[in-house]
Design a protein around this ligand. Structure first.
Ligand code: GUN
Ligand code: ZN
Length: 433
């Protein structure tokens, strides 16, 4: 028995990259569109009337003027920081020591890791985030919990055990060998199972010895289809610390590169204060630069150069950086990306912001053939936005004289109230009213 569903509403998909062509050429908006899904896959995207006529007996869900688009892809989060999001007033290293490390110690207890995994996945489903790339803690249990909950939901996620063998509290330290062994065992258990993918995860070079970075570089050579995630050049005092710890490195990126931790499937979070050599190497290998704008303003890290990096052809994704970022919302994240780009005098179009939160992040993960767009053959991770979700937004969008103008107030002022439905793997998981 075929289990097909026809979703009706406005639709938005991308035929091209809006950083490479005009937004109106790149994006395809249909004011009365439809999406046909079956068994977790998008079968067709088209006009409502034609699709209704072609599939008269199929179950229909009519979202009226709700906007149907691909689910958001959050390319850098720390799910264990869910309960300490929005902790006041520190710079990065202080913030890690005061809030993050004490909280991460709790994840050695499996029950706590289960509780926060479920909480995080529920909260983010309400925000329309259908895929995320998460750091776990040093405890393998924290990875088992997260993958286990995602698997039950049929969700496509990427995650990995955070590795640290120095400059962290004793209880949060592993060793080069145990980081290698535990990560390898987790890869064997989870990587490629259902929709789950493993990312080898050295937290950042200040918390790993050269021996640990070397062991993880070796592990990545043995499992080149895994992603690798880490942090790069987030704050200026962090960069000075890296220079002190690695006096022979040419720059921050070199502390990864010399140990085999630079590659096409590498995801480098923040990437704000980059040297010309670092930019050249990142572009040459096609690595993913992950922009975390609410985090960068919240922790006071700096202004990511979206205009310059896109113009030189870097692969850029967008992320909340929960809980260094101050919101789980990818709408709020897009608004912050817009504001950061404004401060750099390169305003981003609404189409570019939505693309970054869907296709852009999916491309950074090398998953753009599976997620991040409404197109036949893609996995059915789909959300529906209400473009008049609050009185504030409604009174602005009603005055809009184009689709983009109707959408932009939701990008700038919207939150989980704007997410009317979230479909993951072809199933409506919406829990909010
Ligand atoms: N650098 C190393 N660890 C972290 C983290 O947990 N959050 C942020 N924002 N930066 C980091
Ligand atoms: Zn991070």
């Amino acid at each position: 028995m075929r289990d097909q569903t026809l979703l009706l509403g406005q639709t938005l998909s991308f035929a091209q990259n809006p950083f490479e062509t005009s937004p109106d050429q790149a994006a395809v908006h249909n004011a009365r569109g439809a999406v046909l899904i079956e068994n977790g896959v998008i079968l067709a995207v088209g006009n409502a009337d034609e699709m209704r006529a072609a599939h008269p007996l199929v179950r229909q869900v009519d979202y009226a003027d709700g906007l149907i688009l691909a689910g958001f892809v959050d390319a850098h989060v720390h799910y264990p920081q869910t309960a300490i999001i929005a902790s006041w007033g520190k710079r990065l290293i202080d913030w890690l020591n005061s809030y993050t490390f004490p909280e991460e110690m709790r994840f050695g207890e499996r029950a706590y890791a289960d509780e926060i995994s479920a909480r995080y996945l529920n909260l983010t489903a309400n925000h329309g985030v259908t895929t995320m790339v998460s750091y776990c803690t040093i405890h393998p249990e924290s990875v088992d919990a997260f993958f286990g909950h995602a698997q039950k939901r049929g969700q496509r996620v990427v995650a990995g055990k955070t590795c640290m063998d120095r400059n962290a509290p004793e209880r949060l330290r592993d060793t080069p060998q145990s980081a290698y062994d535990d990560s390898k065992a987790l890869i064997n258990t989870w990587h490629g199972v259902d929709r789950l993918n493993y990312a080898i995860t050295p937290r950042f070079s200040p918390t790993s010895t050269p021996e640990q970075l070397d062991a993880l570089g070796q592990l990545w050579r043995e499992h080149p289809d895994c992603l690798m995630q880490t942090h790069l050049s987030e704050q200026t005092d962090e960069i000075e610390w890296v220079h002190d710890l690695f006096p022979n490195a040419r720059d921050y990126l070199d502390t990864y590169e010399q140990f085999g931790l630079l590659g096409e499937k590498g995801l480098y979070g923040h990437a704000i204060h980059l040297e010309p050599r670092e930019k050249d190497r990142l572009r040459e290998v096609g690595a993913g630069l992950i922009h975390c704008p609410t985090s960068n303003t919240f922790i006071g890290s700096g202004l990511f150069d979206m205009g310059g990096l896109m113009a030189e052809g870097q692969r850029v994704g967008l992320a909340s950086d929960t809980g260094g970022g101050s919101s789980f919302s990818m709408l709020r994240t897009m608004a912050a990306a817009y504001e950061v780009a404004q401060l750099r005098h390169t305003p981003l179009h609404a189409a570019q912001l939505i693309w970054l939160a869907t296709q852009g992040s999916a491309r950074a993960l090398h998953m753009e053939d599976k997620i991040g767009n409404l197109a036949p053959g893609m996995e059915a991770d789909v959300i529906v936005l209400d473009l008049a979700s609050t009185p504030d937004i409604a009174q602005r969008s009603v005055r809009a004289d184009s689709f983009w103008e109707a959408l932009f107030p939701t990008i700038m002022m919207g939150d989980d109230r704007a997410v009317r439905a979230t479909w993951i793997n072809g199933v409506d998981v919406t829990t909010s009213p």
